[in-house]
Design a protein around this ligand. Structure first.
Ligand code: HEM
Length: 136
C-alpha cells in the first residue's frame, strides 16, 4: 500500500524556524527536526539557520554519513508542493546567474589592479633615481 505524502507550501514550511519548532527542507522533502536539535552533532543553530530554503547543498557539503541519511528518514513529514519546488528552482537559477554575472564583472578589474601596482613600482624607482641623482 503506497502512502500519500503530505504536501506543504514553502510559506508553511518556512514558518517553523525556531529551536522550539524547526522544519528543514532537503531536496524538496520536509523534515520536522525539532526533537533532534539537541542531538545533532553539528549543533542546533546550523539546523535553525537552514530553515526557509532547500538546504540540501549545505547538507551534502558537510558530507553526512550513510547513517545520518538513514536517521533523517525518522523526521520526514512530507514534501513541498509543486509550485514551491518550482519557486525554489527559479530562485536557485537566479542566484547562480547572479554569481556568474558577478564573476564576469570582477574579471576586468584584475588587469586594472596590475596596472596600478606597476605604476606605483615605476613611480618608486623614478623617485629613488631622482633622489640618488640629487644626493650624489
Ligand atoms: C535531518 C537532517 C539532518 C540529520 C539527521 C543530520 C545528522 C548528522 C549527523 C549524524 C552528524 C554526524 C556526522 C555524520 O554522521 O555524518 C551530523 C554532523 C553535522 N551536520 Fe547534520 N544532519 C542533518 C542536517 C544538517 C544540515 C541541514 C546541516 C547544515 C546546514 C548540517 C550540518 C552538520 C554539521 C556542520 C555537522 C558537523 C560535521 C563535523 O563537525 O564534522 N546537518 N549531522
Amino acid at each position: 500500500m503506497s502512502k500519500i505524502a503530505e504536501l506543504y507550501t514553502l510559506e508553511e514550511a518556512s514558518k517553523h524556524n525556531t529551536k522550539k519548532d524547526c522544519w528543514l527542507i532537503l531536496d524538496g522533502k520536509v523534515y520536522n527536526v525539532t526533537e533532534y536539535l539537541d542531538d545533532h552533532p553539528g549543533g542546533d543553530d546550523v539546523l535553525v539557520n537552514a530553515t526557509g530554503r532547500d538546504a540540501i547543498e549545505d547538507f551534502d557539503l558537510v558530507g553526512h554519513s550513510k547513517s545520518a541519511r538513514e536517521l533523517m528518514e525518522n523526521y520526514l513529514i512530507g514534501e513541498l508542493d509543486q509550485p514551491s519546488v518550482l519557486h525554489l528552482q527559479q530562485q536557485q537559477q537566479q542566484q547562480q546567474q547572479q554569481k556568474v554575472a558577478q564573476q564576469t564583472t570582477q574579471k576586468p578589474s584584475e588587469p586594472a589592479l596590475n596596472c596600478k601596482y606597476l605604476f606605483i613600482s615605476v613611480a618608486i624607482v623614478c623617485i629613488s633615481a631622482i633622489a640618488g641623482y640629487m644626493y650624489y
